[in-house]
Design a protein around this ligand. Structure first.
Ligand code: FPP
Length: 249
């Protein structure tokens, strides 16, 4: 595993896969070519995550805001998504991976739903690793949906507004069914969160990689995890001093 320690692995890693467009632009290619290369990186990183033994991997594949991109780019992304699900189906089944999807799935075209829905059903009892694709996803939208559900329950008398806690909200977040993300990686050099997993990010460690997503390698994933393993997570409590010692020696 090189840099990575087998113990103290993050349980849930989430990735903002950014930089496909620039990868293509640098080569004078259409943006769709960058997404095609990006889907090869998805295959590579899902395999690497499985080899490491991560329990959950969440990939930001398409945001709610991405629908406003040019139609041919949206179509290319939907086609790649379908191709990915079709080509990886056997490997997902053979390796005990649970394939999940979060977001406004009702907006996805039928050609994607036709392969996504059966695969979600067929893998729902798998437990080696949960691979969650965030599709037509927005963090604010997910929070608003949870608020809507709580309001409905309050109106129907199923919940007293005074009893609403952070845990109530958490239980209504589909993106956090595998637990909060421990480590969020963003590729492509930008340092922002772009409406990803907002509620679950409370105590996540963030890693920004300058490499464009199509070039993101297994070694880059290991580097991100190794950097996570050097950090001391405090969850709002006081530290153990371990980090200070490490810096001093
Ligand atoms: C952001 O790069 C990336 C996306 C909007 C889509 C991510 C999709 C894939 C990696 C491929 C298909 C997904 C799967 C799961 C097979 P960008 O286009 O915003 O890049 P830029 O910032 O360089 O323009």
């Amino acid at each position: 595993m090189g840099l990575v320690e087998a113990r103290n692995l993050p349980s849930h890693v989430a990735i903002i896969m950014d930089g496909n467009g620039r990868w293509a632009q640098l080569r004078g290619l259409p943006r769709a070519a960058g997404h095609r290369e990006g889907s090869k990186a998805v295959r590579r990183i899902v395999r690497a995550a499985r080899r490491l033994g991560l329990k959950a991997l969440t990939l930001y594949a398409f945001s709610e805001q991405n629908w406003a991109r040019p139609e041919d780019e949206v179509d290319a992304l939907m086609g790649l998504l379908r191709d990915y699900l079709l080509s990886e189906r056997n490997e997902i089944l053979e390796n005990g991976i649970r394939l999940n999807a979060v977001g406004n799935l009702g907006r996805l075209p039928a050609l994607v739903r036709a392969v996504l829905d059966p695969l979600r059903r067929e893998t729902s009892d798998n437990s080696q690793m949960t691979l969650t694709l965030a599709l037509s996803y927005g963090g604010r939208e997910e929070i608003a949906d949870a608020a809507k559900e709580i309001a409905r329950r309050a109106v129907s008398g199923d919940i007293d507004p005074e009893d609403v806690t952070p845990e109530t909200m958490h239980s209504l977040m589909p993106s956090l069914k595998s637990g909060d993300p421990d480590l969020v990686i963003r590729t492509g050099g930008e340092r922002r969160i772009s409406n990803f997993l907002l509620y679950g990010l409370a105590y996540a460690e963030l890693h920004f990689a300058d490499v464009l997503w199509p070039d993101f390698s297994e070694a880059d994933l290991h580097e991100a995890i190794a950097s996570y393993q050097l950090r001391e997570r405090r969850f709002g409590l006081v530290g153990s001093g371990a980090t200070v010692t490490r810096i001093a020696i």
